[in-house]
Design a protein around this ligand. Structure first.
Ligand code: 13P
Length: 252
């Protein structure tokens, strides 16, 4: 089964509305350079979703960086899945390590968020990954396998068909360091095997991405691996030229 190839920009807490608008306008001028056959998505801060919805080229999908699992209520500062869906959001990053570490998102909360995203017709991108200590203790595979099954266990096959996973080793995020593509392939194979314990069909079809210091000059090595279907990119997604270069390198 051929899987959807996916390049996702995670802007994190970067870009005002004005800056997001100028990115989208410039990207609009370069759409003819974007490869077909690669699904592209940009996840801006919440404040820029509405602007990007209007001016992002239709070729590029809209994503969000987080969501609350509850439908509404007394959750000051939070955003619901319904609010995101209303803005045309198609993807939602769930359980990013910066949220797991900095905002107390444990596995059970991540799992509830996944369900909220799916219930509103959007696609969760579940982030998993080990920290340096876990890596040094040879715990990488057990960490990512338990995070993956905690997020996805109990979902119906039709729900799993709308999920993606991103393997983001915490020590590789923003550091300029990466695992070798072969090492990332090994971990992503283990993630796919975990999904296969839930549904063999879903495991074959699910996009599983690599993230962590992906750049235009190293992305090709990752996506050449048989189980790596794309990338979740922070820093290198902030400039249009770099985003387009990432997309082109994935399309080749
Ligand atoms: P960098 O690409 O800046 O390392 O960030 C990776 C990431 O956390 C994407 O979600």
């Amino acid at each position: 089964m051929s899987r959807q190839r996916l390049l996702v920009a995670n802007w994190k807490m970067n870009k005002t509305v004005a800056q997001a608008r100028s990115f989208a306008e410039e990207l609009g001028r370069q759409t003819s350079a974007l490869p077909t056959g690669v699904e592209l998505a940009v996840c801006p801060p919440f404040t820029a979703l509405q602007t990007l919805r209007v001016i992002l080229p239709s070729r590029v999908k809209l994503g969000a960086q987080n969501v609350h699992d509850e439908p509404n209520g007394a959750f000051t500062g939070e955003i619901s899945a319904e609010m995101l869906a209303e803005l045309g959001t198609e993807y939602v990053i769930v359980g990013h390590s910066e949220r797991r570490q900095g905002f107390g998102e444990a596995d059970d909360w991540v799992a509830r968020k996944v369900r909220a995203v799916l219930a509103h017709g959007m696609k969760p991108i579940v982030c998993v990954g080990e920290d340096l200590e876990q890596r040094n203790n040879q715990a990488t595979l057990s960490v990512v396998q338990s995070q993956t099954s905690a997020a996805l266990a109990g979902l119906e096959e039709t729900q799993l068909a709308n999920c993606a996973v991103a393997y983001e080793p915490i020590w590789a995020i923003g550091s300029g360091q990466t695992p070798s593509p072969q090492d990332a392939q090994t971990v992503i194979t283990a993630i796919r095997e975990t999904v296969a314990t839930l549904s063999g069909k879903a495991a074959q079809g699910m996009p599983i991405l690599y993230g962590g210091s992906v750049k235009p000059d190293n992305i090709a090595g990752f996506v050449a691996q048989p189980d790596i279907d794309g990338a979740l990119v922070g820093g290198a997604s902030l400039k249009v030229d770099s985003f387009v270069a990432l997309a082109k390198a994935m399309g080749e």
